[in-house]
Design a protein around this ligand. Sequence first.
Ligand SMILES: Nc1ncnc2c1ncn2[C@@H]1O[C@H](COP(=O)(O)OP(=O)(O)OP(=O)(O)O)[C@@H](O)[C@H]1O
Ligand SMILES: [Mg+2]
Length: 242
Amino acid sequence: MSNIILEVNAVTKKIGKRNLITETTFSLEKGKIYGFIGPNGAGKTTLMRMMTGLIRPTSGNILIDTFDLQANREKALSKVGAIIESPVFFEYMTGRQVLRNLSRLHPTIASSEREMHIEQLLKTVDLHTRGDDRVRTYSLGMKQRLGIAQSLLGNPELLLLDEPSNGLDPMGMRELRDIIFRLRDTANYAFFISSHLLDELQQMCDELVIIRNGAIVWKGPTHQLVQDGQRLEDAFMELMLS
Ligand SMILES: Nc1ncnc2c1ncn2[C@@H]1O[C@H](COP(=O)(O)OP(=O)(O)OP(=O)(O)O)[C@@H](O)[C@H]1O
Ligand SMILES: [Mg+2]
């Protein structure tokens, strides 16, 4: 069986006369954490929006677990969870109510199993002791973790996170990192994470995908780009200047 969860095939995105993404092809494997890096405006969010079906490619196609995102949208999207912009919740609800509400959008979860599934998700993101408090009382890190729980509702195999550690303090980042490691190791999830925090990505990612001006300029195992003792920041700068 193939280990590939997502394939981007010759994808481009043009708006007006501008090429936001020039022809791009790559694939992602299950059980790996990918870091997605590139300067501001390089096209990270644009590509991630296409990978989650929020916008259409101008040409090319995207397969998720072999299902074409255009032709077989529902099946393809059932395998993906994502936080593309910071998640927005109804602040007056409790974390549990938020998840309960959103779980109705996932018909695959039997209603008899819903409460157990939600309890499990609250545990996964370390919110089980705060699940009955209103979101209004949550810290940024807790809201971010509730966002992760939300993206896990449909039991996806791939999670796309666009700058998930934005604004988190070191403790919040560590908690997020621990959750991501746990999910990769126990559930064989794949993660595709964009961030400007290169030290953080260096610690966390098995592989890196680097984008500049709408084109992938490097992809491969982290240790191939960053030699022993080197910082990703330096390797990245070198690549950008070359
Ligand atoms: N709907 C749109 N119409 C026109 N241009 C757009 C649109 N969406 C994005 N762009 C442009 O596409 C380019 C890539 O933007 P994108 O948000 O994908 O970059 P990014 O890599 O996510 O940057 P950042 O690191 O700042 O989040 C930018 O020049 C942006 O202005
Ligand atoms: Mg962005």
